[in-house]
Design a protein around this ligand. Structure first.
Ligand SMILES: Cc1cc2nc3c(=O)[nH]c(=O)nc-3n(C[C@H](O)[C@H](O)[C@H](O)COP(=O)(O)O)c2cc1C
Length: 336
């Protein structure tokens, strides 16, 4: 296995029970780094001090064009924290959480570990799904996920954040048109395409960040050209018909995560919720993929009839095919 995929090799049963607390906290971080992130930029760093893990912004991995307000970075770090806490729960840790949402503070949150009971003897625990989760941008079957799973996910709504299911054909069609318009608008900005292109990787890549072509379904030869094509052409305009078919005919349902206001804190919390949805989905043989809603939030709000501002669209369904993992930095490169 190439070095840039080795982070996925973490084994749940290799927890260093007999080692000191620092080694144990380092092990938890191995699960955090498998989280999804915008453009697979992995905008996180970890600081371990005594019994605490701080998750910090990684200033070298911010996206100036796609994410000028750091909203996507906060969502990504929310996903990483969720993985960390799922792992902490499995190994029996108790903890306190503190958040810092300031432009002037590189810390985003701090987890203080209080005590540890024995690890759970539960092979159904969500920790086992962290290694399996991946963004699946392929076709899903038409049949809807089981109602109990859908209701569990809807139940993730919390103060300031709502999770709505979209499955009705007419509403789906409107939602898809809005997201395609929003994407087309984002891609009409050449600097956006250039930045995205700088995170596109060919299928043989040794890079630890970014998205290899196979994660988008591109064959190897084509994957070498995508950054250049993106730079010069608004591809989503050309691919609109195909994308529409994928989103309508091959996506049985969407979840929309909406926020009462677009703030760093809400984005971070929405990231935690998204990661939980992705893990629960994976546990039930379902696949997910994630779309930020960059524009037309008011229109989306009216369409799905929510009081909040829709920020994240999640495709969910039973996949025809699993996709391969994207690369990751090993946790050892991100801890200081
Ligand atoms: C905040 C955020 C925004 C994302 N936006 C998109 C998106 O607009 N379109 C898309 O195809 N994937 C999107 N993704 C998925 C990432 O590209 C994906 O997580 C990353 O490439 C790593 O791959 P993995 O999820 O398979 O591990 C987003 C993920 C996050 C966390």
């Amino acid at each position: 296995m190439k070095k840039n995929y080795e982070a996925w090799n973490v084994k749940v049963d290799n927890f260093p029970h007999d080692k000191n607390l620092r080694k144990q906290l380092e092990f938890l971080i191995k699960f955090a780094v498998l989280a999804p992130s915008t453009h697979n930029s992995q905008p996180w760093l970890f600081k371990i001090e005594k019994n605490r893990i701080e998750i910090r912004k990684n200033p070298s991995q911010t996206l100036d064009v796609a994410d000028p307000n750091d909203n996507l970075m906060y969502i990504s770090i929310g996903c990483a924290l969720e993985n960390l806490l799922v792992a902490a729960n499995y190994y029996g840790f108790k903890y306190n959480l503190e958040y810092f949402f300031s432009d002037f503070d590189e810390r985003v949150c701090e987890v203080s570990f209080r005590s540890k009971n024995g690890a759970k003897d539960d092979r159904e625990h969500l920790i086992f799904l962290i290694k399996k989760r991946h963004s699946n941008r392929g076709k899903f079957r038409q049949d809807l996920p089981d109602e109990t799973i859908l209701n569990t996910i809807k139940g993730f709504s919390t103060e300031g954040i709502s999770v709505d299911l979209v499955q009705q054909k007419k509403v789906k069609e409107k939602v898809v048109n809005i997201i395609l318009d929003a994407r087309e608008k984002a891609f009409s900005d050449r600097s956006f395409r250039k930045e995205l292109g700088s995170y596109q990787r060919n299928n043989m890549t040794r890079s630890f960040t970014g998205m290899p072509g196979f994660t988008m379904g591109f064959p190897t030869a084509l994957s070498f050209f995508t950054p250049f094509v993106l730079n010069f052409v608004n591809v989503v305009k050309i691919l609109r018909k195909k994308d529409k078919e994928l989103l309508l005919e091959y996506t049985p349902a969407f979840f929309v995560i909406s926020l009462d206001k677009i703030s760093s804190k809400n984005c971070f919390m929405a990231g935690r919720i998204f990661e939980r949805i992705a893990l629960i989905a994976e546990k039930n043989g379902l696949a997910t993929s994630f779309q930020e809603i960059p524009f037309y939030l008011e229109k989306m709000k009216e369409t799905i009839n929510t009081n909040n501002l829709p920020k994240i669209l999640v495709r969910i369904g039973y996949p025809y095919q699993r996709m391969a993992h994207s690369p990751r930095f090993g946790s050892d490169k991100l801890i200081y």
